[in-house]
Design a protein around this ligand. Structure first.
Ligand code: PRX
Length: 656
């Protein structure tokens, strides 16, 4: 054991949380792990019966005959929206508030479970009237809104597979996703409101469809959010006109457990985003279970996950998990810094939020904001309602953890640092607040029943105290089922032959020698994590070189960044002489805007460097590790003897 580990600060769970917790104390945690260890299928079957209402009960648990295309609970049928809505109404929670919606301008709307069910039924009937049926794909390009959640639930109700595209993605990205999914419909809004600004959505849908390849789209349904000016075509329908005349009940489509509930596109190590396909039964089980155990969710809680429904966190911990548990949750349209950086704290105070789940980037930027403008510091707000805090999307550095713990949680709220991915559907490695002693910066231990481990390149276990590759040794109910339309890529990406049938997460990690706690060290592939958003370096490179007039070649790497975790750095060779000074600045700006147009503003490189060439081996391979060092501003200590053009390094080290 190293001396550093001796001095690690450990935060045991507060007695008040341990008492009455769903998983109370480490003994209870270990008992669940032992149950899963002893009878893996029996464990998951027990939970699937307890947490999910089945129309037709399953008799088979795991089918591994076509591994890695695993099937869970395959002969059972269910409806996800029934589980999230009708169940709560039938069990007497019809008048309970399901969603507290706060708009960008601060206006608050409350929606009960009965109302949410009726809204969902109306929209589901509307979609059916427009011919959408089980198995059809529907793209949702919506602002954070009750209607966004309802659109997802309505798809689930009729067995349509939704694919939500984050409202910050460009027309080109939207087009690619519509085409890949073969969507029959796009549900959007006229505009979205963020930080006091009106931003177009419908116009981007029009542009996306105009780019071609979207012939599958028969209808575009438009939610009127701002009343802003938009163009209208014969395929467009107003949402209110479509739903107002619909009955408020709608028989759910009972689907098989494996029926695809949704596709969600995410970045991988090649240029093309992949459509991660999730199931209905297994996914719903893990969404429901993890929301309850990881956040120790109780009937009186006010749950707030600040993610956008365009990301997996918004799917599992806004649209599905909290509702399936009959919770009251906050849905927020705006941004954390508008009208000022005290917005989150003000909302926690006003709505008496008890569980708050956000991303390290948000915390880091709010720390900075509070330093710059002390009136936005959480100490000016009453955050006494909070019980549990959560972190997701990227590693949380201990300093940010401590600040979050002390200033937001008042030193009394456990922080659950949840490690998981779009592909895993829900939490995989996370503390349980009434059981796990916390160590800042560590996501601690696997969720009971998740067989996480660290191995080397050959799949051999790595002893604690050493780093390696993070894998999941056994399939689990909410795992990715395939990549839409590309089963081969699914196998290659997640089940490489050398890893003995283990799921390859794509992250590096280590476990400490004392507790076996996991710490995630970051991606081991060409994927960056910028503000908790996953970006493929190849995707950004393709966007840059698609500017055929200007760009000859581009290489993109990540650099650690104090606020955003990682920042995007692009090395670019132009088709004209290397620019310097003002000209370099101007071209860098043009390229940044180009990337925003091709992918979305989240993919804009922070730093663009120009060179006459890129560092390459004699066989022509770009030496990315050198570029990573240059991006960090490090002196090059690596061996450069295989480099074709060593002089280029100095040139690329110059900032514009
Ligand atoms: O690198 C890990 C990082 O985010 C990646 C997954 O990104 P995405 O599919 O967009 O899902 C984000 C929300 C679940 C992972 O491969 N990551 C996620 N959570 C953590 C994390 N890294 C460290 N600690 C976490 N808690």
């Amino acid at each position: 054991m190293s001396s550093a580990e001796h001095t690690t600060k450990v935060y045991p769970p507060p007695a008040s949380i341990v008492q009455g917790a769903h998983v109370s104390g480490m003994e209870a945690y270990r008992k669940l792990c032992a149950e899963a260890e002893a009878d893996y299928e029996g464990y998951w079957a027990r939970l699937a019966r307890e947490f999910v209402v089945w129309k037709k009960p399953f008799t088979k648990v795991l089918n591994a005959s076509d591994a890695p295309f695993y099937k869970w609970f395959e002969d059972g049928t269910l409806n996800v929206s029934y589980n999230c809505l009708d169940r709560n109404v039938e069990e007497g929670r019809g008048d309970k508030v399901a969603i507290i919606f706060e708009a960008d301008d601060g206006q608050v709307t409350r929606v009960t479970y009965r109302e949410l069910l009726e809204k969902t039924c109306r929209m589901a009937n509307g979609l059916r009237e427009l011919g959408v049926k089980k198995g059809d794909r529907v793209v949702i390009y919506m602002p954070m809104s009750v209607e966004g959640v309802v659109a997802m639930q309505a798809c689930a109700r009729i067995g349509a597979t939704h694919s939500v595209v984050f409202g910050g993605f460009s027309a080109q990205s939207l087009r690619d996703r519509i085409e890949d999914a073969g969507a029959v419909m796009v549900i959007t809004a006229d505009e979205q409101m963020r930080g006091g600004k009106q931003l177009p959505l419908k116009a981007i849908v029009d542009e996306a469809i105009g780019l071609g390849g979207c012939d599958s789209v028969r209808h575009v349904v438009v939610y009127r959010r701002t009343g802003g000016q938009i163009a209208w075509t014969s395929r467009d329908r107003w949402l209110h006109e479509l739903v107002d005349k619909q009955p408020s009940t709608c028989e759910p489509e009972w689907v098989e457990a494996e029926h695809p509930l949704f596709l969600l596109y995410t970045s991988g190590s090649t240029g093309k985003p992949k459509g991660v396909q999730h199931s209905s039964g297994g996914y719903l089980l893990h969404a429901t279970l993890t929301t309850k155990w990881t956040f120790d969710l109780k009937p009186d809680d006010v749950f707030w996950c600040t993610a956008d429904i365009g990301w997996v966190t918004g799917h599992t911990y806004i649209t599905y998990g909290p509702l399936a548990n009959g919770a009251t949750e906050i849905v927020f349209e705006g941004v954390p810094t508008y009208p000022d950086a005290g917005r989150f704290w003000k909302m926690i105070q006003q709505h008496k939020a008890t569980i708050f789940y956000t991303a390290p980037t948000a915390i880091r930027s709010l720390i900075k904001a509070a330093e710059a403008n002390p009136s936005t510091h959480p100490r000016h707000y009453d955050l006494g309602s909070l019980r549990i805090l959560g972190s997701v999307g990227e590693p949380i550095n201990p300093a940010a953890w401590e600040w979050y713990h002390e200033h937001v949680g008042g030193g009394r709220c456990p922080i659950v640092d949840t490690w998981w991915q779009t592909e895993t559907g829900g939490h995989m490695i996370t503390p349980l607040p009434g059981a796990t002693p916390l160590v800042p910066g560590s996501c601690t231990l696997p969720f009971p029943g998740i067989m996480a481990a660290i191995v080397d390149e050959t799949g051999q276990d790595v002893p604690n105290g050493h780093g390696g590759i993070l894998v999941i040794k056994k399939p689990w109910p909410s795992m990715i089922r395939t990549i839409w339309g590309d089963p081969e890529r699914f196998k290659k990406s997640y089940y490489p032959a050398e890893l003995k049938g283990y799921y390859l997460a794509g992250d590096g990690a280590s476990r400490d020698a004392e507790r076996g706690y996991f710490t995630i060290t970051g991606r081991i592939d060409d994927v960056l994590n910028v503000s908790g958003h996953r970006m493929g370096t190849m995707e950004i490179e393709s966007a840059l070189v698609s500017h055929t007039e200007l760009v000859a070649e581009a290489a993109v790497v990540g650099r650690p960044d104090e606020t955003t975790g990682e920042a995007i750095v692009a090395f670019v060779v132009l088709k004209r002489p290397r620019p310097t000074g003002e000209e370099a600045k101007q071209i860098a700006n043009e390229l940044r805007n180009w990337v925003a147009k091709e992918i979305g503003p989240i993919a804009k490189p922070k730093d663009i460097r120009f060179g006459d060439n890129l560092p390459k081996t004699r066989s022509g391979k770009i030496m990315r590790r050198l570029l990573r060092s240059i991006a960090k501003g490090e002196a090059i200590t690596q061996d450069t003897s295989t480099l074709e053009n060593p002089a280029i390094l100095e040139q690329l080290a110059q900032t514009n």
